[in-house]
Design a protein around this ligand. Structure first.
Ligand SMILES: NC(=O)C1=CN([C@@H]2O[C@H](COP(=O)(O)OP(=O)(O)OC[C@H]3O[C@@H](n4cnc5c(N)ncnc54)[C@H](OP(=O)(O)O)[C@@H]3O)[C@@H](O)[C@H]2O)C=CC1
Ligand SMILES: CC(=O)C(=O)O
Ligand SMILES: [Mg+2]
Length: 637
């Protein structure tokens, strides 16, 4: 079947609804030559310009005229007479213009389309006459968002913007990162996940459920983008410290990938958020009429493993071996096993275990500049011995071992963990999950955190329990009686689950604590002094780490790359930050920080011989910066 296009006047390939999958459609326009191919295997229409298939960035207009097909007044799409028996094909093409251009989030510029573009792309009249620049759009959107007092409404406004005008969304986020991070990320994203079903408007990301077993590759092919560099995947079982939210955990991969783009400069089209829905054990979700996932209990064991295996194989088959898969917010009974299993065959990274470890180590490197001593001079106590807790513990012990040349088994003895059953000690060894066993040191049993603080006398206290308000007044007062400057990190998210607030930490330590938290707290005024706390969150690490892995073409993630990321982040903390009690740099400079992290990580990838992008660029920081996505509008021809 071959059709001839006569002029640029419309925005869709109308009149081709009866084409079958085996047919191809040739469209010639002037200039240049455009060929639209229906690929039987991928079921996508690809447009080739000048015969070479390439990504079409600039929208173009195509009209197809075929005398045998219905005229404009015919009911081509059966809108007037919809019946159950009559099937239609929902055609669209990837070249947008006119009305569809305004509704294409990747290309839409709203009122920023200039006069020339409005003529060239058939949008004159579809917009009011005024032409504005992107900065004015940012100013207006920020004013709109600031009018909402409820954070969830701000979140919804941001998601709406992402669905309407992607570049404006990222410009807003990049230019106002400190203000908008708590909206698109923790803590608000937590509430959004809890209410995801009732606020659901537009689907975001890819949903793969148990019902899709045997068809996962096919489903990956339904995603419109082919050149994927980063996947963030969750099964929704441990969403922040909020527990099992099932399919509604999708807000997390979507939020994390927004940060990959805004903070790390990965192109939005190269990012793919995925939720694997294997059911939920959350009765509230199962009984919620607006719940969006499978209404059944979680699958586990072999059924779960087979689905994940099919998923991981399909990912590699579809996107190649260099796509980065970030596991996010899986429950610990799956997270460690998935990481161990796929580390050998895929480029995988667990943000909760590894990203968190790297960000906390960076904070500790800075904190030690304030309190003195090396890592080995300190004693660490964790509340929470899961992914975050044991992940951080292991990286601290590893770095300590590198610094002191003592074996890892020895340096681990400086680190203690408390779980829901008390201090992890040798006598509990047999009943411990495998990831806790290395931390079962010789000590008599201790029940609660307060007693553990008294017994272990830590210099650093780290909360990674997901249980809010567990750093009580007594705990912080005891830490402050043991240490002139106690280091206290309350990592649990969202804010409701934080082990203590910044205000409590400063008040109960009489302003002596070095404090940072997973979710942000406002500055605290205590005894006439303003204390600004840091945000100890893996968002500092994963965007830069991911960029470093991508620009070097890494084939595996190695612990030394996490250490490199920690070092790079700590290097961004200035004396002025330290003088203000800050152990992390502000997020305002995060893109510069990410480029620096990416460069250090990439350098380590090359050093370890795990890079596939050869030769190594001379100036890795400049190279990383040059690879970063910019949200500024493109000019359309
Ligand atoms: N700031 C950041 O960047 C990050 C923060 N986090 C946060 O850390 C928290 C934990 O995450 P993760 O490690 O993955 O979760 P896990 O479920 O893997 O681990 C939680 C641990 O906390 C213990 N625990 C839970 N409640 C209590 C309690 N009341 N007293 C003592 N111990 C308790 C559990 O004990 P048991 O084993 O006995 O059940 C378990 O060891 C979450 O809130 C998450 O949001 C996570 C990653 C990054
Ligand atoms: C920050 C993060 O990854 C978490 O709380 O799970
Ligand atoms: Mg997480």
């Amino acid at each position: 079947m071959s059709l001839t296009a006569s002029s640029f006047t419309n925005n869709s390939l109308s009149g081709v609804s009866r084409m079958t999958q085996s047919q191809s459609l040739t469209v010639s326009v002037h200039p240049p030559m455009v060929v639209a191919m229906m690929n039987k295997n991928t079921r996508h229409v690809s447009i080739s310009v000048d015969s070479a298939v390439k990504e079409v960035n600039a929208p173009m207009a195509v009209e197809v005229v075929d005398p045998k097909l219905p005229t404009a007044v015919d009911d081509v799409y059966s809108e007037d007479t919809p019946t159950d028996e009559q099937f239609v094909t929902p055609w669209s093409v990837s070249v947008a213009s006119g009305y569809s251009l305004l509704r294409n989030p990747h290309h839409n510029k709203g009122l920023a389309f200039n006069d020339k573009e409005r003529d060239a792309h058939y949008i004159r009249g579809l917009l009011p006459p005024v032409v504005v620049n992107q900065d004015l759009q940012v100013k207006k959107m920020m004013a709109n968002i600031r009018q909402y007092v409820v954070p969830l409404q701000k979140y919804q406004a941001m998601m709406d913007l992402q669905e309407k005008n992607e570049r404006l969304f990222y410009k807003l986020l990049i230019d106002n990162v400190e203000e908008l991070l708590p909206i698109v990320y923790t803590p608000t994203v937590g509430e959004a996940c809890q209410k995801y079903g009732s606020i659901f408007k537009q689907p975001q990301g890819l949903f793969i459920s148990l019902n899709d077993k045997g068809r996962i590759l096919e489903i990956l092919k339904n995603w419109p983008e082919k050149d994927i560099q980063v996947i963030v995947v969750t099964d929704g079982e441990r969403i922040l410290g909020l527990g099992d939210l099932g399919c509604q955990g999708m807000g997390i991969p979507v939020g994390k990938l927004s940060l990959y783009t805004a903070l790390g400069g990965i192109r939005p089209s190269a990012c793919l958020p995925i939720t694997i829905d294997v059911g939920t054990n959350n009765e509230k979700m199962l009984n919620d009429e607006f719940y969006i996932g499978l209404r059944q209990k979680r699958a586990n064991g072999q059924e779960y493993a087979e689905l994940m295996n099919e998923f991981m194989s399909a990912v590699k088959q579809n996107y190649g071996e260099k796509v980065l898969v970030q596991f996010e917010d899986f429950a610990n009974h799956n997270a460690f096993d998935l990481l161990a299993k796929y580390s050998a065959t895929h480029l995988v990274f667990n943000d909760d275990i590894q990203g968190t470890a790297s960000v906390v180590l960076a904070g500790l490197i800075s904190a030690l500049k304030l309190v003195g001593g090396s890592l080995a001079d300190h004693t660490f106590l964790f509340l929470g011995a899961g992914e975050a807790g044991t992940g951080i513990a292991e990286l601290i012990a590893l770095e300590m071992s590198k610094q002191t040349q003592f074996p890892l088994e020895e340096t681990r003895k400086k680190v203690w963990l408390v779980d829901s059953k008390g201090l992890i000690v040798r006598s509990r060894l047999d009943s411990l999950q495998h990831f806790k066993k290395p931390w079962a040191h010789e000590h008599e049993p201790v029940n609660g955190l307060l007693d553990a603080v008294k017994a272990i006398k830590p210099t650093v206290l780290i909360g990674s329990s997901g249980a809010g308000q567990t750093f009580t007044k007594e705990v912080i007062e005891t830490m402050s009686s043991l240490n002139k400057t106690p280091i206290i990190l309350a990592l649990s998210n969202p804010t409701s689950q934080s082990e203590c607030t910044a205000e409590q930490a400063y008040k109960w330590s009489e302003g002596r604590a070095i404090f940072a938290s997973g979710s942000p707290f406002a500055p605290v005024d205590f005894n006439g002094k303003v204390y600004v706390s840091g945000q100890s969150n893996n968002a500092y690490i994963f965007p830069g780490l991911g960029l470093g892995l991508i620009i070097s073409g890494a084939i595996h993630v190695h612990d030394d790359m996490l250490l490199a990321a920690s070092e790079a982040l700590a290097e961004q903390v200035t004396q002025e930050h330290l003088d203000n009690g800050l152990i992390y740099p502000p997020f305002t400079n995060i893109r510069k920080i990410s480029a620096h992290i990416a460069a250090k990580v990439a350098s380590k990838v090359y050093e370890l011989g795990l890079a596939s992008r050869i030769p190594q660029p001379e100036n890795l920081v400049a190279y990383a910066e040059s690879c970063m996505y910019s949200p500024s509008y493109r000019n359309y021809r």
